[in-house]
Design a protein. Structure first.
Length: 243
């Protein structure tokens, strides 16, 4: 393994995928954030916690401009860190992943990680816009969500290791085992403690756009890593040819 080339591939792939994610979020998620925060502001005015004054709106607009301007940069930073994990897993699993080239292999792995580390946890703890959720439960909600990601991810890894002990016809057993395991975890884990008070159409549309945004990252990181890996071949000891 050419360590330097591997690190460059992994970091650039993650950063590019993060850029895609941040850009997609800016385009399709931010409008729903604006709506949700608008409802939150009206609730603040109604409760007397804030006053509907020019000063309030000036501070709010300044904060939202700063927040939106960092959307893509935050995506790049987050993408680089998750891309590093993805690259490490790909390096270890490449030889057993299905596909006749590295792009297909990387997309298969991206799909598996998207399903186990994002979709399954999302179904249990779906994303909510800012107007949903009590500030006092932020830490609890974060712990529950991250715990479920770990349960699903390590569970999938454990059943994959188990699948190596079975012959081809019996490899369905670990898949069924993971399904049962994650179903039990799904019902055992506590529910989201916060009541949804925002309009459900806004919440559902926000969740749908969030899924599209995160999915754009996993597709992108699979494509970018696969392309770079296919071209530069860091797993080979010989210098790649560019002819």
């Amino acid at each position: 393994m050419k360590t330097a080339i591997f690190l460059i591939i992994v970091l650039i792939s993650g950063a590019l995928a993060g850029f895609v994610h941040g850009t997609v979020n800016f385009a399709i998620v931010e409008p729903y954030l604006d709506q949700a925060i608008g409802i939150e502001n009206q609730n603040l005015f109604a409760s007397g916690e804030a006053e509907d004054t020019p000063q309030f709106w000036a501070e709010y607009e300044g904060y939202r401009i700063w927040q939106k301007s960092g959307q893509v940069l935050a995506g790049v930073i987050l993408g680089t860190s998750i891309g590093a994990l993805f690259g490490l897993v790909f390096a270890f699993a490449r030889n057993v992943l299905p596909g006749n080239n590295d792009i297909k292999k990387a997309l298969v792995l991206a799909g598996i990680m998207w399903f186990t580390m994002y979709l399954i946890p999302f179904l249990k703890y779906p994303a909510n816009p800012p107007t949903v959720g009590d500030s006092e439960t932020v830490v609890l909600r974060a712990i529950l969500y991250l715990s479920f990601i770990a349960i699903s991810g390590f569970g999938a890894l454990g059943f994959y290791q188990l699948s190596k002990k079975f012959q081809n016809k019996k490899k369905i057993i670990p898949l069924v085992g993971y399904g049962l395991f994650i179903s039990i975890a799904f019902f055992v884990m506590p529910e989201n403690p916060d009541e949804i008070t925002a309009p459900m159409n806004l919440v559902n549309e926000f969740r749908m756009m969030s899924v599209l945004g995160v999915t754009s990252f996993w597709i992108s990181v699979g494509v970018f890593l696969g392309l770079f890996w296919n071209r530069l071949k860091p797993h080979q000891e010989t210098t790649p040819s560019f002819n």
